[in-house]
Design a protein around this ligand. Structure first.
Ligand code: SAM
Length: 280
C-alpha cells in the first residue's frame, strides 16, 4: 500500500502517503491499522477513519483535557471513555493531583499504540495515577458506583462500537456518575461535514444536563475546518470562566501546551454562526 484514503465523508476523501504499514488487523470490534506517513509520522486508523497522528494530536488532546480541567478548577478524579491511544490520558495526567480511570473497549488499541505509537501516550499508561479498564463505556457508566469531576468521551465516530456513546441513555448515566459541578466533554465531529451530529448531541446532552454547549478546535487531519467538542454540566458558570481566572489556574498548573492557552480556551466557546445555527 502506498496511499491511505479516508472516506469518512460521502463524496470527499483525504489521502496520506504510506511509507510502511506497521500493523493491520480486523478483530471482533473494528479494523485497526497503524502506518508510517511522510508528513504526519505514525497514523492510527480505525474502520478506515483517521483517529490520531503523531504530528497533530496535540491540538485535540490538549483541548479535550485542559479546557474542562482548568474550567472546573478542582479536578481530582477524571474518567476517560475510549482514548485508547493514550493522548488524552497523557494530557490529563499533566495536572498534578488528578487520577484518571480510562475505559477502553478494545485492548488491542492500547497495546498497539503503546508498541507502535508510544509518543502519543507518552508513558501515561505506566503512571500510578492511571487506571485502565477494558470495557464498553456504555456499560461502565451504567454500572459503576464511582463518581468523577470530569468525564472525557474520546470515542470514535458514531459508527461501530462508538455509536452507543452518542445516546441520551449514555449521557444520563454520565450525569449520574459526575460529582456536583462536574463536566462532560465529548468528541463531536467536524460540523462542516457532520452538522447533524452537533444538532443531535445538543438535544441529547440538553436532555441530561442543565447546560449543553460546544467548543471548537482545529485538528489538521480532522478535515473540514473546526471540530466541535461537546460540553455539558449542571453548573452553567463553568463554561464562562474569565481569561483571568483561567490564566491563574494555567500558570499554577505548570503545563506547557503547544496549542491550548487561556485566550484560546475563552474564544473556543464563542461559536461561529454556522455552528451556532446547528443548535436548534
Ligand atoms: N481522537 C479520536 C477521535 O477524535 O476520533 C478518538 C481516538 S481513540 C483511538 C477512540 C477510541 O474509542 C478507540 O480506541 C475505540 O476502541 C474506543 N471506543 C469506541 N467505542 C467504545 C465504547 N463503546 N467504549 C469504550 N471505548 C470505545
Amino acid at each position: 500500500m502506498t496511499e491511505f484514503r479516508e472516506n469518512l465523508h460521502e463524496g470527499y476523501a483525504q489521502s496520506f502517503g504510506v511509507v510502511e504499514v506497521l500493523f493491520e488487523e480486523t478483530n471482533g470490534l473494528q479494523h485497526l491499522m497503524i502506518f508510517e506517513s511522510p508528513l504526519h509520522g505514525r497514523v492510527l486508523a480505525l474502520d478506515g477513519v483517521v483517529q490520531v497522528t503523531e504530528r497533530d494530536n496535540f491540538f485535540y488532546h490538549e483541548m479535550m483535557a485542559h479546557v474542562p480541567i482548568l474550567a472546573h478548577g478542582a479536578v481530582t478524579d477524571a474518567l476517560i471513555i475510549g482514548g485508547g491511544d493514550g493522548g488524552t490520558l497523557r494530557e490529563v495526567l499533566r495536572h498534578s493531583g488528578v487520577c484518571a480511570t480510562m475505559v477502553e473497549i478494545d485492548r488491542r488499541v492500547v497495546d498497539l499504540c503503546t508498541e507502535y505509537m508510544p509518543s502519543v501516550g507518552g508513558g501515561a499508561f505506566d503512571d500510578p495515577r492511571a487506571d485502565l479498564v477494558i470495557a464498553d463505556g456504555l456499560r461502565y457508566v451504567a454500572e459503576t458506583d464511582r463518581r468523577f469531576d470530569v468525564i472525557l468521551v474520546d470515542s470514535t465516530d458514531p459508527i461501530g462500537p462508538g455509536e452507543v456513546l452518542f445516546t441520551e441513555r449514555f449521557y444520563r448515566d454520565c450525569h449520574r456518575c459526575l460529582k456536583p459541578g462536574g463536566v462532560l466533554v465529548n468528541q463531536n465531529g467536524v460540523p462542516f461535514f457532520q452538522g447533524d451530529e452537533v444538532t443531535t448531541s445538543h438535544r441529547r446532552l440538553g436532555a441530561a444536563f442543565r447546560d449543553a454547549w460546544f467548543y471548537t478546535t482545529p485538528v489538521p487531519t480532522y478535515v473540514g475546518g473546526l471540530m466541535t467538542l461537546g460540553w455539558a454540566s449542571d453548573d452553567e458558570t463553568l463554561r464562562h470562566q474569565s481569561a483571568e481566572t483561567l490564566g491563574e489556574r494555567f500558570r499554577a498548573s505548570g503545563i506547557a501546551p503547544r496549542y491550548y492557552s487561556p485566550g484560546i480556551h475563552v474564544g473556543a466557546f464563542d461559536l461561529p454562526p454556522y455552528i451556532r445555527d446547528l443548535l436548534i
